[in-house]
Write a protein that binds this ligand. Sequence first.
Ligand code: 5GP
Length: 177
Amino acid sequence: MTLSDPEVLISEADIQKRVRELASKISKDYENCGEVVMVGVLKGSFIFLADLSRQLTIPRVIEFIAVSSYGSGSRSSGAVRLVMDVRGNIEGKHVLIIEDIVDTGHTLNYLIGILESHGPASVKTCALVRKAERAEVDVDIDYLGFDIPDKWVVGYGLDYAEENRTLPYIGTITPLD
Ligand code: 5GP
């Protein structure tokens, strides 16, 4: 399939501004809570996690978790499988899941369950973008960057078949054939 060049949906400046706002809110909310464990969901969250974690003013450590995703296409089966669990011990810790995008909500819902099974003090969620109209499960996003329309987005960590992850903005792509 041939794809169009990405069209800017959220500019680099708007993303950076929102990341600063989220970091400030998170830093305030977790003040006096001790260390926060930021759990990045591979691969798409790596750039968001890198920027957000460096803006926080509270003690934090970084963990990663990996789940099965859509493969190289864009259709969701709704089934989620754990590919790699967190390495560190998160028992009794405050956990903040860092997701790139929430679409149907199945992935985030599944991740909350997995992380809660490790006995943390709390589990909260942070996602850069959400396609609200696609929601199939009701899942709380404690910190949300942007609501976006139901379009396939790439950039700022998000890919289409591994392409376009390193774009500094979030853009939409459309098939040309
Ligand atoms: P959910 O389980 O919420 O339906 O899907 C979440 C996962 O679907 C995300 O972590 C991401 O891997 C993938 N996904 C859903 N929509 C998009 C999109 O527009 N662009 C990209 N790159 N990934 C998406």
